[in-house]
Design a protein around this ligand. Structure first.
Ligand code: SAM
Length: 380
């Protein structure tokens, strides 16, 4: 099916280049939001988007098979827009882009588009902005409530840019009653945690069941996250491994598996506060609950001695994936030794001592040694 997606701005028909107007005029069917359809003149059949849109799209497109179909999209259709969804569905789509909201925002602010982070909060939690807040950085936020973002970035300077490119364009600093069509510009203050794994233990809410800072840094390094990859954090405790994995890149995903409901609730809170609210938390015992999407990496921090856990994790792991397991007890260490005999990989022992007060002096306080096994599933 041949579909053309035409980007349109808040200035409607007047702001469209000739090529986009011609394309619209040649359509038999034009789809888009009611607001966008009202912006263009013409005799074609107008099909306003149903709600929810994405599940209805395949049926809608099938109904107009064989007709000349145009789709209106706001700004650049390939930037957080319907264009990408249509390419996924149809394989190929002709796209006539318009300047995106972030191009217009950078033009108004005098910001370099190549030096800003962009976060979409359209239909998503405001917490996603947290990993983008770093001293002196500039961030543009699509959608969301500016007041919720302000609460997460108290020392930032915020600018609301409404209806960019349209007759009702407004740029101001008042956070109340922002027009739904707005971009929020953030100039970060001095706050912002580093995204490098191994953040201080106090950053996480925990009940002691936490992979401590030094071991956590090594563990995430061995898990070797790449953009877009999925981690299983099995026996997740406070969820710190899943959280630090996800913070390495906005496209990294994690499923945290934890049998204690109160710890599972704590994982959710840590994930939200540290800006990775998308972590899926599965409450239940492994291996029974491990019927999940195939992971690119697995961390086993708890449940090693339960029958079938390592088998299930290893079987589920994608080719090229990494499995890392940490053991503190002799029993779980024996499990790792056995598995290393079967699958190979590297065993190492991490012994950390932290300096602490002893009376008026300072001494080393050893922590329990941790045995770490890392193995890669070779590409078949
Ligand atoms: C799903 S995104 C679509 C982005 C669009 N494809 C683009 O290129 O700008 C929708 C969000 O973009 C922002 N947006 C789109 N057009 C805008 C405009 N003219 N003025 C301000 N914000 C706009 C708003 O934050 C809106 O909630």
């Amino acid at each position: 099916m041949s579909v053309t997606v035409i980007g349109i701005g808040a200035d409607g028909w007047d702001g469209l280049p000739t090529a986009s107007r011609r394309e619209i005029e040649s359509c038999e069917v034009l789809m888009g939001s009611s607001r966008q359809l009202d912006l263009v003149p013409g005799e074609f059949e107008r099909v306003p988007w149903p709600s929810p849109l994405v599940p209805a799209l395949p049926g809608l497109l099938a109904r107009y098979e064989g007709r000349r179909v145009g789709v209106l999209a706001s700004g650049d259709p390939m930037f957080h827009g319907i264009g990408t969804t249509l390419v996924r569905l149809l394989g190929e789509v002709r796209v006539l882009p318009h300047p995106s909201s972030v191009s217009l925002a950078c033009a108004r602010l005098g910001w370099a588009l190549d030096d800003v982070d962009v976060v979409s909060l359209v239909g998503k939690p405001a917490a996603l902005v947290v990993p983008h807040l770093h001293p002196g950085r500039r961030v543009l936020v699509l959608g969301g409530d500016p007041r919720e973002v302000a609460a997460l970035a108290p020392d930032a300077r915020l600018t609301v840019l409404e209806q960019l490119g349209g007759p009702r364009e407004r740029v101001h600093h008042s956070l109340d009653d922002a027009d739904p069509l707005h971009v929020l510009a953030i100039e970060c203050g001095a706050d912002g945690e580093s995204l490098t794994p191994g953040r201080p233990d106090e950053v996480f809410e925990h009940d002691g069941q936490l992979t401590k800072r030094e071991v956590r840094a090594v563990t995430v390094a061995l898990l070797a996250p790449r953009p877009g990859e999925l981690l299983w954090d099995v026996g997740a405790g406070a969820g710190s491994i899943a959280v630090e994995w996800c913070r390495t890149h906005p496209s990294c995903r994690a499923i945290a598996v934890e049998k204690h409901p109160e710890r599972a609730a704590r994982i959710k809170r840590n994930a939200t506060r540290l800006g990775v609210p998308g972590i899926e938390v599965v409450v239940g015992s492994s291996p029974e609950v491990l019927d999940l999407a195939a992971p690119d990496a697995v961390f086993i921090g708890g449940g090693l001695t339960a029958a079938g856990v390592v088998e299930r994790c290893w079987d589920a792991l994608r080719p090229g994936g990494r499995l890392v397991a940490n053991a503190v007890t002799l029993e779980s260490e024996a499990v790792l030794t056995r598995w290393r005999g079967r699958l190979g990989g590297d065993l190492s022992r991490i012994e950390v001592s932290r300096a602490g007060a002893v009376g008026g002096f300072t001494a080393w306080r050893p922590q329990m040694p941790v045995t770490t096994w890392v193995v890669t599933k070779e590409n078949a």
